[in-house]
Structures are given as C-alpha cells and as structure tokens.
Design a protein around this ligand. Structure first.
Ligand code: 2AM
Length: 186
C-alpha cells in the first residue's frame, strides 16, 4: 500500500485554494477532494506496517493546527512541476509533523530526512510547457506570491492510501486522528 499522512483543508480554505487554481491556466488541477498538506509520504508499505502505524498515529496527542496560506510558489526550479500554496510553518504544525515522522519510524518505516516545507499542491504541470507558460506563471505568482489567507484550524489528520492511475491518483482515507481544539481567547 502506498501511504501518506496529511492535513485536509477546512471548507473555506478549500474554496480559497480552488480560486487560486482557477487563475493559472496551465497544467492539471488537483481535484478539490485531493487538496492536502502532506505531513509524511511513506511510499509502499506492507499491510503489517500499516496496522502498526495506525496504532502509533492513534497515540499522538497534539493541538489543532492553524492553517494560514502565506504566498505561492512553483516547485521544480528551472523546470516548474507544480504550483503550490505555501502554508505558514507555525510551531504546532512543525511539532505535529515531527510526531508523525516519529510514529512512522516507531512502526519500522524508514523515512528519508527531508526539510518540511508545508504546502498544498494546486496544479501539476507537464514536462513540456508551451511558450506562453512563462508569462502565465509570472502573472500568477504576481497575484498570489504575497497572498495571506487565514484558513482556520485543522482538527484532525488523516492516513491516506494512494492508488496511482493514468488520470491521477485516487486517495482513500484509511483513518482519521483528532487534534485537540485550542481555546479561543476570551
Ligand atoms: P506533493 O503534493 O508536493 O507532490 C501523495 O502523493 C502526497 O505525498 C503528495 O502530496 C506528494 O507531495 C507527497 N510526496 C512526497 N514525496 C513523494 C514522492 N516521492 N512520491 C509521491 N508523492 C510524494
């Protein structure tokens, strides 16, 4: 099973992400139900590891994570492969990501050390881009590069199975784990 662990956007934030998708005019949109912030990508894992992982994830105690969009970027450097909305790296998000990685390691899953750059992938771009792509990308970054959007709290995280198909992956939520709501200041 190809597995990953992610945060899903609250509804209002999903709409904001879809608005951002509308403006690029290049590549393939990530379907609304697939928009997420990956906390850990685990790759192919045997069923036994998945069960142990589920136990470890269920033991995580962590507060809700405020999801704030802060700017947009193209990933891939000189060969842009994806348009993404960046997510503010608040301490609760960093701590949760570390706990998730630790849970995976305790379940015996080896993870490469990777810098965590939280984001929603919005569009995936083809290898060969048309001539007008550069202009569209520059215009889109001009509109979204400084964007700030308070997207509300993620109150849970999800273990997903990803099945690859020719026309894009299918994600199945295998389990969800609650995060503790934070109290509003009086
Ligand atoms: P991305 O959105 O930045 O492409 C499910 O595939 C999720 O895991 C995607 O959101 C993807 O991040 C992330 N991921 C991280 N490493 C990956 C890899 N080597 N292959 C596929 N997906 C990966």
């Amino acid at each position: 099973m190809r597995l990953f662990i992610a945060l899903d956007p609250p509804e209002g934030l999903r709409d904001a992400l879809m608005d951002m998708q509308d403006g690029l005019g290049l590549g393939r949109e990530v379907p609304p139900e697939n928009l997420h912030v990956t906390l850990a990508f685990l790759g192919d894992q045997p069923e036994a590891s998945a069960e142990l992982l589920h136990e470890m994830l269920g033991a995580i105690r962590a507060p809700a994570v405020r999801l704030t969009l802060r700017g947009a970027e193209m990933f891939g450097g000189r060969q842009p492969r994806a348009a993404v909305a960046l997510v503010e790296k608040v301490p609760e998000l960093v701590a949760l990501q570390e706990k998730v990685v630790q849970a995976a390691r305790m379940a015996g899953i080896e993870l490469p050390r990777r810098r965590f750059k939280p984001h929603f992938t919005l569009m995936r771009l083809p290898r060969f881009l048309p001539d007008f792509a550069e202009h569209r990308i520059a215009a889109w970054l001009g509109r979204n590069g400084d964007l700030v959007y308070a997207g509300g709290d993620a109150l849970q995280f999800t273990l997903y199975r990803s099945t690859l198909h020719g026309d894009g992956p299918i994600y199945d939520a295998l389990a969800q784990y609650p995060l503790a709501p934070t109290e509003e200041p009086a």
